[in-house]
Design a binder for this molecule. Structure first.
Ligand code: SAH
Length: 658
């Protein structure tokens, strides 16, 4: 379901208010930004994201510029209502449309025939009759209509083309990104009445390359310099097997960190769990890591902890990890890891030095979500449906437009709030009572009170389904991790397992522009280079996931990644698996290429391949998001354990079976 016209208008208004705060002071530019419907310049499937302040992919591997950059460049050009403007790089035609609202006439040149034609048709249809589009090499300008009062170049070139300088009128302004493929400086040149040029550097930007006679030379794939997949192939450390492959280089880098964060692009992929097991084993066995902390409910993870640390089995009657999404931690892969940890700990004689296993999430988050949905099912099915969509947002990027529409039906949902909170608090108090009976020292009385208060706040915030709920959860996970580290002393070191969207630095992704932060970002802020962020990704295969929150677990096909994504670049290397170091300076060229924002895929406990582009992709700068990236081209679904009967051959103390 597409957002309605009024929703588009509301979002555009919010975007423009943001621009005002960020220094777009020119009222005419702001009016133009308010007027031009950016969603009409995008492929329909992306219109949902039209008013986020990010560049987005259009055809021919090109991008529509970020709104802020369009506003900034237009403002920098100091246009008047009589100005004649030359634009190089029409792309979608969006920036030309914005300039046309401020200036007299806009002449825009685009080298791709298809883009030029569709932009021309679109601009005509929307009534921008003072914009003219030419297909051609814009590094030569458009001499027929010269001179221009302003020249705006929307692609990054090695230098300002001579022809453009010749076509700039006295008193005119040229704005252009200049520099190598990945980072350019935005340059403003002003020609004084006497013909002299004044040059000013406005800041770092990142544009697609200006390809042409006085730009970069055209090549297959369109990238200046070596093809990215080829460059990647030269820089990665190939991996032939998860269990026995040579990880010395990677582990050597991780060993120096205080906290190693191991991500995953899905919650249901066997390879991701096995790779994290392998890395964690190395860090525990050889480098003194003593804390394993995962994206799971505390009380449930505590059962595994008791098992692996040879503590007295719990006396609580409930079964861990038996509520949605059961498979995340109740699976063969985690069982194998837990068995190994238990064996490892058996050799560690000082109990205080045994490796612990803890859940970082808001106390009983998943169990609580399950209780809410079930309770609402009995009292108000419509509210339950809304709750399912809202809880879908617990895992990242369920931004299916249909969700918003339905979630608006929240009147009744809110009226259930007091009872729901009561059900939740009951559940939490019950669990906390068991925790204290089990002698969980971590949870003293004040911590207990905080757990209940935090949870309540969390569910209240979630009723509104906004940024605050995400931030609250990630802040809590970070705080729990910090408490664990402090509890184990100054030389303690931790390995964290959670989704890429929690562990990759949010400020390098679209999440950052929405004001969302996460565990990875908070760790970097607190620990600097002593936090090592590792992302794990895949192109295609199978995965365990559900279609709706609380719905049945399914094995689903993971579609081959979108051609514009970072996953597609990795796939094109032709390598089945590798480790890509991103922090090391020796790989500067790769780092530079991968600093550019690209689509990246995130699959949580819910996977909706039918609406994949909308629900599961976001913009990220991989090189800034992670310190290393681990790739598996083809992956397979993890192996969930059965429903809770004692697994044959396991002791009674076994956490999954009791
Ligand atoms: N302003 C555009 C963004 C364009 S991206 C928008 O708002 O949608 C840059 C565009 O410059 C791409 O479409 C690319 O094809 C084009 N381009 C690159 N080199 C060019 C050249 N030499 N002449 C004309 N267009 C060029």
């Amino acid at each position: 379901m597409k957002p309605s016209p009024t929703e588009f208008t509301d979002r555009r208004q919010a975007l423009v208010s943001g621009l005002a705060l960020r220094g777009i002071e020119d009222a005419a530019v702001r009016r133009a930004m308010l007027e031009v419907p950016r969603h009409r310049f995008l492929p329909e499937a992306l219109s949902e994201f039209a008013y986020r302040d990010v560049p987005l992919p259009i055809d021919e591997g090109q991008t529509i510029s970020q709104p802020y950059i369009v506003a900034w460049m237009t403002q920098a050009a100091a246009l008047k209502s009589s100005s004649r403007v030359l634009e190089v790089g029409t792309g979608s035609g969006y920036a030309a449309a914005v300039a046309s609202r401020v200036a007299g006439t806009v002449y825009s040149v685009e080298r791709h025939r298809m883009l030029a034609e569709s932009a021309r048709a679109r601009l005509a249809e929307l009534g921008y009759s003072n914009v003219h589009v030419l297909r051609g090499d814009g590094t030569r300008g458009w001499p027929d209509h010269a001179p221009y009062d302003a020249i705006l170049v929307a692609a990054g070139g090695p230098s300002v083309p001579e022809a453009l300088l010749e076509q700039l009128a006295p008193g005119g302004t040229l704005v252009m990104p200049v520099g190598p493929a990945d980072t350019q400086v935005l340059i403003r040149l002003r020609r004084a009445k006497d013909g002299t040029l004044e040059r000013e550097e406005m800041g770092d930007v990142r544009f697609v390359p200006l390809v042409g006679e006085a730009g970069w030379k055209p090549r297959a794939g369109g990238l200046p310099g070596r093809g990215l997949p080829g460059l990647l192939r030269e820089s990665v450390e190939p991996l032939d097997s998860i269990e026995t492959g040579d990880l010395r280089q990677l582990v050597g880098r991780l060993a120096r960190a205080r906290v190693v964060l191991l991500g995953e692009a899905t919650h249901g992929t066997s390879e991701f769990y096995r790779m994290r097991t392998r890395i964690t084993r190395e860090l525990v066995e050889r480098h003194g890591f003593g804390i394993v902390a995962v994206e799971a409910d505390w009380p449930d993870a505590a059962r595994i902890d008791r098992y692996v640390r040879h503590l007295k089995p719990s006396s609580s009657p409930w079964k861990p990890f038996t509520r949605f999404p059961t498979w995340m931690w109740r699976n063969e892969e985690v069982r194998a890891f837990a068995e190994w940890l238990r064996r490892h700990n058996a050799e560690v004689h000082d109990p205080a030095r045994r490796v612990s296993f803890s859940g970082l999430d808001l106390y009983s988050l998943f169990a609580s979500a399950d209780v809410v949905v079930r309770y609402l099912d009995t009292v108000d099915p419509e509210a339950a449906r809304v709750a399912r969509e809202r809880y879908g947002n617990l895992t990242p990027w369920q931004s299916d437009p249909a969700t918003y529409g339905r979630a608006v039906v929240s009147g009744r949902f809110q009226s259930c709030e007091p009872e729901v909170v009561k059900v939740l608090v009951d559940l939490l108090e019950q669990r906390l009572a068991y925790a204290s009976r089990d002698g969980e020292r971590f949870f003293d009385a004040t911590q207990n009170a905080r757990v209940v208060a935090n949870a309540e706040r969390y569910y209240r915030v979630m009723y509104q389904g906004n940024v605050a709920s995400w931030n609250l959860r990630d802040q809590h996970m970070f705080d729990t991790l910090s408490t664990l580290l402090a509890f184990r002393g100054p030389s303690s070191k931790a390995v964290v397992w959670a989704h890429n969207s929690h562990l990759g630095d949010a400020s390098a992704t679209e999440m950052g522009t929405h004001g969302e932060h996460n565990v990875g970002q908070l760790c970097r802020r607190a620990l600097g280079t002593e936090a090592y962020l590792v992302g794990l990704g895949t192109d295609h295969g199978t995965v365990v996931a559900a279609t709706d929150w609380g719905g049945p677990m399914q094995v689903k096909q993971v579609r081959p990644a979108d051609p514009r994504s970072i996953e597609a670049v990795c796939h094109q290397t032709g390598l089945p698996a590798f480790v890509l170091p991103l922090r090391d300076s020796r790989h500067e060229a790769v780092r530079d290429e991968l600093a550019a924002p690209r689509l990246e895929r995130a699959i949580g406990v819910i996977y909706r391949p039918e609406t994949e582009l909308l629900s599961h992709y976001f913009q990220a700068s991989l090189a800034n998001q992670f310190d290393a990236w681990v790739w598996f081209d083809e992956t397979s679904a993890l192996h969930p354990l059965g429903g809770g009967a004692t697994e044959p051959g396991l002791p009674d103390t076994y956490p999954f079976g009791v």
